[in-house]
Each structure stands twice: as structure tokens, then as C-alpha cells.
Write a protein that binds this ligand. Structure first.
Ligand code: PMP
Length: 283
């Protein structure tokens, strides 16, 4: 595998970042993930725009221009011969003597881009079966709308899910409402047929896939409410699902070991998944 690191393409195993990189020391950096299908980026512009927003929020300059970034993204796909997979990008504030405030002098931000293949057949099989989620308290900071590499609460929640034999952890805020999954947005379809997902506040990452699915659902004439829902409401729902760049739409069939509806993937969830993947093939 080939990685891009600060201007050079190198084998992943032959790259290095300084030990005083602020990403390593303070999680002072942002990241972005694109899905690649049949060699093409999904929602390319949405992820680029969110990267720009994350960088602006933390006042980290991108060390290359956006046109050059585009070249790097395509080059990393080409060099790794990715047909179906993902591209991972990370920008940190750079290497400087360890001290909490921003470095006083000009520091070149660290830019790393990698790519890897994903097994789409396994993902499709997972979606066809549906996945289980567990619930966990949301222990994260108050700016989850910024896509920072500060992911320790997400890591611990995902690990708890895996240890419980579940696929994802839904994070629950202090008022008992689901914020989102540890690496996905959370949705339900109520008994009345209303699609519900949390409003884009500072407690969730504004998923690019979330936005695309919202647009597709509107085209389908579905009623959508952007609001928080509780675990109890999700357990009474007709369907539930998660969205993310790499999982698209994946039905949720159990929450904390209790079935959602009849415990099988819902038809609206599966239809939205199919529509999203069809739309991806058309661009
Ligand atoms: N929430 C969190 C916490 C995430 O990490 C992700 C994946 N990056 C998402 C939601 C889904 O976002 P997207 O659809 O842009 O991948």
C-alpha cells in the first residue's frame, strides 16, 4: 500500500511522522473519509466541503490548494489500484515543541492520505442481514460537528459494541436521546411512517451520507423529521438504520439485544440503500 505524506508517495510501512506532531500529542487535527466505488468517489464535493469546514473551525490551513488536493486523492486511488474502497485523509497542525497553545511561528501542517480496498460483498451481506447496536452514554466533547481525530470515546464505544457481539454503538446524551453512532448517523422510521434523524447540531457529525439520504427520501415522498429520538422510541420503530460513507445505509435489527419490529431489515431502509448506490453509479 502506498501513502501520501507531506508531498511524497511512499509505501505505508516506510513513512514517518515526527513524534512531536500535534496530531499525536494533542489529537490536534482533522480527518475525512471518502468512499470509492468502481474507481469513483462518492459525494466527493460534500466531503471536500466538510474538510474545509473542519479545518476552518480549528484554524488549521490546508498545506496544499484544493485543486492539488484533488490530484492527490485521485493519485492515491490510482497508485493503490482501488476499485471499491475508501480514502482516508488527515491534516494536523504539524510538528512543534510540545506546548498547548498553537505554535508561535509558521508550522507546516502534516498532510497524510491513504487508501484501502473494502469488501463490498461482505458489506452487502451485512446489510441484507441487518446489524445489532448497543447503547452507550455519549462521553464526547461539545463540538462533535468538527471531524477531529479526537476519537477515544468513539473507539471505546465501538469496542464495547464488538465485545457485546454488536456492530455499532448508539451514543445517548444526558437527556436520554440518541445522538449518533460511534462512526455513523442514526435513523428510525416511526410507526406512522415518518423518517427521523437528529438535527445537525453540535452534538453530531453532519454526515455527508445523511444529507444524501435525506435528499433521496424527500424525492421518494417520505416525511422527514430532523429531531432527537430516544432509545424507547427506536425500540417502538418500524425500522432503524445507520448511514456513513463506507456503510451507505445499513439496517439495524436489534438494539441492546431487543428486536426492532420483527427483527429483519426494513423495506424502506433497503430501498434507500439501493437508491443511494444506484445514484452513486450514475455520477
Ligand atoms: N458520525 C460519526 C461520529 C462519524 O465518524 C461518521 C463517519 N465519518 C458519520 C457520523 C457518518 O458521516 P459520513 O456519512 O459523512 O461518513
Amino acid at each position: 500500500r502506498i501513502a501520501y505524506v507531506n508531498g511524497r508517495y511512499r509505501p505505508v510501512t516506510d513513512t514517518a511522522i515526527g513524534i512531536e506532531d500535534r496530531g499525536f500529542q494533542f489529537a490536534d487535527g482533522v480527518y475525512e473519509v471518502w468512499s470509492v466505488r468502481a474507481g469513483r468517489f462518492l459525494d466527493h464535493e460534500g466531503h471536500r466541503a466538510r474538510l474545509e469546514r473542519s479545518l476552518n473551525e480549528l484554524r488549521i490551513p490546508l498545506p496544499v490548494g484544493f485543486p492539488a488536493l484533488d490530484v492527490i486523492l485521485h493519485e492515491i486511488v490510482r497508485r493503490n489500484r482501488i476499485e471499491d474502497g475508501l480514502v482516508y485523509l488527515q491534516v494536523t497542525r504539524g510538528v512543534a515543541r510540545r506546548d498547548h497553545p498553537f505554535p508561535p511561528g509558521p508550522v507546516r501542517p502534516t498532510l497524510v492520505v491513504t487508501a484501502r480496498a473494502l469488501d463490498l460483498k461482505a458489506a452487502d451481506a451485512r446489510a441484507a442481514q441487518g446489524v445489532g447496536v448497543i447503547t452507550r452514554p455519549d462521553l464526547r466533547w461539545k463540538r462533535c460537528d468538527i471531524k477531529t481525530v479526537n476519537l477515544l470515546p468513539n473507539v471505546l464505544a465501538k469496542q464495547a459494541a464488538r465485545e457485546a457481539g454488536a456492530h455499532e454503538a448508539w451514543l445517548v446524551d444526558e437527556s436520554g436521546h440518541v445522538t449518533e453512532g460511534s462512526s455513523t448517523n442514526a435513523w428510525i422510521l416511526t410507526g406512522e411512517g415518518v423518517l427521523v434523524t437528529r438535527q445537525t447540531d453540535e452534538k453530531i457529525l453532519w454526515g455527508v451520507t445523511r444529507l444524501a439520504i435525506k435528499a433521496l427520501a424527500e424525492q421518494e415522498g417520505l416525511r422527514i423529521e430532523e429531531r432527537a429520538f430516544t432509545v424507547e422510541e427506536a425500540l417502538r420503530a418500524r425500522e432503524a438504520f445507520i448511514t456513513s460513507a463506507t456503510s451507505f445505509v445499513t439496517p439495524v435489527v436489534s438494539i441492546d439485544g431487543r428486536p426492532v419490529a420483527n427483527g429483519a431489515p426494513g423495506s424502506v431502509s433497503m430501498r434507500l440503500r439501493a437508491l443511494y448506490l444506484e445514484a452513486a453509479e450514475r455520477v
